[in-house]
Every structure is written in C-alpha cells, then in structure tokens.
Unconditional design. Structure first.
Ligand SMILES: [Zn+2]
Length: 541
C-alpha cells in the first residue's frame, strides 16, 4: 500500500496585501498553510507552487491578510458574562437611571425571589442624571432579589440592600473611600475597588452560565479577527479549570494566556499567587492553546472612574482621592518572590503613583537578583519622562490601551489636564525603544481591534471628537505591530506566532479592505472577513 502525506498546502491565500509583520515589515501577496503551520509567504508566483488538487484557494482580491490579532489584556470570562448572562446597561443604549431600573424591574419579574440579578455597563458621567444609581432605587424595583449593578470599568458597582446584607458589607470592613456613605453615614450602595471585588465572591454563577459566557466571548473574538488573548483576570482558581475544560470541549478556540490573578481582590490574589509559587511550578507551563501567564497584582483604580492613584491631585476635583491598593512594601514582597521563583510579573497600574510603585518593586527585584525577565506593566496609564526612562532601563514591557480614548478622551482631559500628553504615550514608548503591546481591556471597551488601531492613530473621543495628547499619535504599521508580534512577545511566544512567517502557527485574519490604502479615518468600519486559528478557518463573514 502506497501512502504519503500531500506535498501541497491545505489553504492558499493569494492576490492580497499580506502584512507579514516580520522584522523588515515586508508586504507581499500570498501565504500558504499546511496543517496548523504557515508553509510559505511571498509573492503569488512563489506561493502558488503550493496549490494542489485539494488545496482551498482564497482570492484576497487586494484585501489585507494579517497575523491574527493578539489582545494583550482583556477579560474573556467577564466579557462573555456581559454578553450572555448579565443584563447589559451600557450608557449608549440605556442613557438614564430610569431606563436601567426598568430593565432590572423586568428581570426581577422573571427571576425567582432570592436569586441574584446581575447587571453592568453604566458610566455615570454619560447618564442623563450624571450620577451613580443608588441602593434605594434598586430596592424599589427589586426588593426581593439581591442586585449587583457594576459600572463599565468593573472597579465600582451599586448594590441593593439584600446584596449588601449578603456580603455583610459595612464601611468599617474596608479602606476609607471604598464603601460610600451619605451625609448621615448610611451606605448609598456604591462600592469601590476592594469592596466591589469582594462582592464578586458573593455573587454566584453556575457552570452552564460560565460556559455560555465563554462561548459568547469566543464568538465575538472570532468575529473580530482576534486569535489570542491574554486573559487579565477572572475568578482565580475556581475558573482556571473551567477555561481548560472549555478549550478541550471546543467552546473556546482562541489561544489563551491567563494571568495568575484573582478577581476577588487583594487577599485572594496574594493567597493564589503564593499557592502557585509554592508548588515549585516553573513559568511558561501549558501549551500553545493555554499557557499560564504572568503573575499579576492590581495596584490601583480605574482611569475613567476616576479612581487611579495619581501623584498630583485630579484636575477636576483636587479633593478626590485615588485608590492605591498595595503599599510599596507589599508590592515589593510579592514581586520579589515571583521574580526569584522565575516567574514574570505584571500589574494593573493606571495612575503614576501606582506605576512608580511597580517600577520601584521591579527595580529592587532585578537589582537583588539580575536575570533575564519579561516583566511588564499593564495599562501604565499616567507617567512622566523620568518614569519612561526607568521603564526602559529596567527592560519592562508595557501593555497599553489606546482604545480607552475612544470612550474617554474628553473625560481624561478634564480629570488629568496636561497629563494626557503622557497618558498611554505610545509615541514616547517607540522613541525610547520600549516594547508595547495593545489590549482592549474588554469588557471595559469593545474587543474590536479596529477601535484600538484607530485610537492609537487618533486618540479621539467617539462622542465629542475631543483629542487627548495629540503628540502621542502613532502610525498604522507601528500600531499593527503592537497588536500582533508585540502581543506575542509580552506572553513570551514571539517564536511561534505574531507574524506571518514560514514555520509559525497559522493564525491569521483577512480584513474587508486593504487597510494600508484606505483613508485611516475609515479604519473603524473595516470588518473581519475570515479568521483562521491553528490552520482552521473558524469564522467567515
Ligand atoms: Zn483589565
């Protein structure tokens, strides 16, 4: 019996604008895929030799073929929950508190008494009333159900009386400013940071709800050409196994790099990181579909809340305190331990006070124990030139979120004044040779990489058109690099993915246009036509 493996490709893309994102930024016309690997990339003539009788040939007709997008910071489980099992109250679609309450009343009518009602997505500054909803308003529409209504950033949320009781919440239990009270000392229902993340542990989800969430987010990612994600947090040790089940069952197809972090707050995070490090497990464990990522700590609040820990007062309200969750000593201790165990570390740091804490902690760790590392800072919202220099010197990478400008450029200008010129400063990172990858931080903003690319170029508020930090705009090729190969770099996987080169994993995306030729203003309307992961076409528009 004569049997052999075909010498031809399974799929050939040709007649396109193939942005390889290789070291020389080569643009070519065609690519061939065999199995799960890229077999050839080059001009039409070179690649067409790979076409055999069984090869699927896809005529790109001039469209762009790119490495699959790598979202270097998003929350797959949380985005999925919003899509599948949580009431969506985003302020574009539900612009009034009355509208939110109507949705919750409807849910209460359909939900058995005593069962949690979960809603999310409001942004108080975009609500007509210009304030957070209250516990009393929630009590009025859902007196018999515990209710969680989180703000779009998930760093804050409003809870009704039954929910506060379920969590045994009191102002004394948390740091000042985290449990909000009125002038009579009565809780308004608004919980911030640690008090809010603590409540994540009280609100329960079933396995079916988790799996439905993962599927919903996976579908969304495929629809937008995202082939790998760094999952920046979910519910720690109890969901990490669920992610693996979902991958094995084909519910999640995108490659995952989950950070070692716990969404239930600081105490749980420290516990979980220590548990893991104490096993003696080495960093990098996993495979190309699921690899355990950096150790992550959450250092401060959010940029739009605003609750980020800033060195100077907020520009719009000098009395507003940012929230720094770890002391320098606490951050030093955990960073040092992870570094000494051979793990890479990252953090959520938005305000410059928080960024400085992380830079200090990494500096101490690498000074005490110099070794090659891939430590990074996620968000790295505010900084000055001095911090940028230190980030470069310490060889720290950054995961930035220019897409935030799309939602918040106007608010940032109000909150941070001239500091927006060093906010998510992509141009400065390029000038200093700092490796920067991009993430949507979805569900904070939408997963669509086109919004991230557009915002890296324009830094513009989608509603008012206000531009924040004109001087930090960058060009499209640099932005594409940040959303592909640099995303691979910050998860230590640049050898296997992130560019279209022979021998790499066949993760790629066909866009609806040639994005190097359309006016950049039109980037946001570009769609994903085909998404391929591991050589398989998983989405066609
Ligand atoms: Zn995040």
């Amino acid at each position: 019996m004569n049997k052999s493996i075909s010498m031809y490709a399974d799929v050939v893309f040709h007649n396109g604008s193939v942005i390889t994102v290789d070291n020389s930024d080569n643009i070519c016309q065609a690519a061939a895929v065999k199995g799960n690997i890229i077999a050839a990339v080059g001009d039409n003539e070179f690649v067409e030799k790979w076409i055999g009788p069984e090869t699927e040939v896809i005529d790109l007709k001039g469209r762009t073929l790119l490495p699959g997008f790598i979202d270097a910071h998003m929350h797959l489980g949380m985005r999925g929950q919003n899509a599948a099992v949580i009431i969506d109250c985003n302020s574009d679609d539900v612009p009034t508190i009355g509208g939110i309450m109507e949705k919750i009343r409807e849910a209460a009518e359909k939900t058995p008494k005593g069962t949690w009602i979960k809603a999310t997505g409001y942004e108080q500054s975009k609500l007509k009333e210009g304030r957070h909803p209250t516990r009393d308003e929630l009590d009025e529409v859902a007196p018999n159900h515990p209710v969680q209504l989180t703000r779009c950033c998930l760093h804050m949320g409003v809870y009704n009386t039954l929910a506060l009781e379920a969590g045994e919440i009191s102002p004394e239990k948390f740091a000042p400013g985290e449990v909000i009270v009125d002038e009579n000392g009565r809780m308004t229902g608004l919980l911030k940071e640690t008090a809010c993340t603590y409540m994540w542990d009280i609100v329960k989800y079933t396995r079916e709800e988790y799996m439905a969430s993962f599927k919903a987010c996976n579908d969304l990612l495929l629809e937008h050409g995202v082939t790998s994600v760094c999952d920046a947090s979910f519910f720690g040790e109890q969901t990490i196994g669920l992610y693996q089940d979902a991958i094995n069952e084909g519910i999640i197809n995108v490659r995952m790099y989950p950070l070692v972090y716990h969404a239930y707050g600081k105490a749980k995070t420290i516990w979980w990181i220590n548990q893991l490090l104490d096993t003696g497990l080495k960093a990098g464990i996993g495979d190309e579909f699921f690899r355990l990522g950096h150790v992550k700590i959450l250092l401060d609040g959010s940029s739009s809340g605003p609750s980020a820990a800033t060195r100077e007062p907020y520009s719009h309200d000098p009395d507003l305190e940012g929230i720094l969750i770890y002391t320098q000593e606490e951050a030093d201790e955990i960073v040092m331990k992870a570094h000494n165990c051979g793990w890479n570390v990252t953090c959520h740091a938005v305000g410059d006070k928080a960024v400085e804490v992380m830079v200090n902690a990494i500096e101490k760790a690498v000074t005490a124990n110099p070794r090659l590392h891939r430590h990074r800072i996620d968000h790295c919202g505010l900084q000055d030139i001095e911090l940028i220099r230190r980030i470069k010197e310490l060889n720290i990478s950054v995961v930035s979120n220019p897409g935030f400008f799309h939602e918040n450029a106007e608010a940032y200008t109000k909150y941070y004044g001239d500091r927006v010129n060093y906010m998510f400063p992509l141009k400065s990172y390029l000038e200093h040779g700092i490796t920067v990858a991009l993430g949507s931080d979805s569900p904070v903003i939408e997963v669509d990489p086109m919004i991230g690319l557009y915002s890296a170029l324009f830094r513009e508020d989608k509603r008012s058109g206000v531009v924040a930090g004109e001087c930090q705009k960058i060009g499209l090729m640099d932005a594409i690099r940040m959303y592909t190969i640099n995303g691979a770099y910050v998860s230590c996987e640049e050898d296997i993915k992130g560019s279209l080169e022979a021998g790499k994993l066949a993760d790629m995306v066909v866009l609806s246009e040639n994005i190097l030729e359309i006016p950049p203003e039109n980037l946001k309307s570009v769609k994903t036509d085909i998404t391929m992961i591991d050589g398989k076409i998983l989405y066609r528009r």
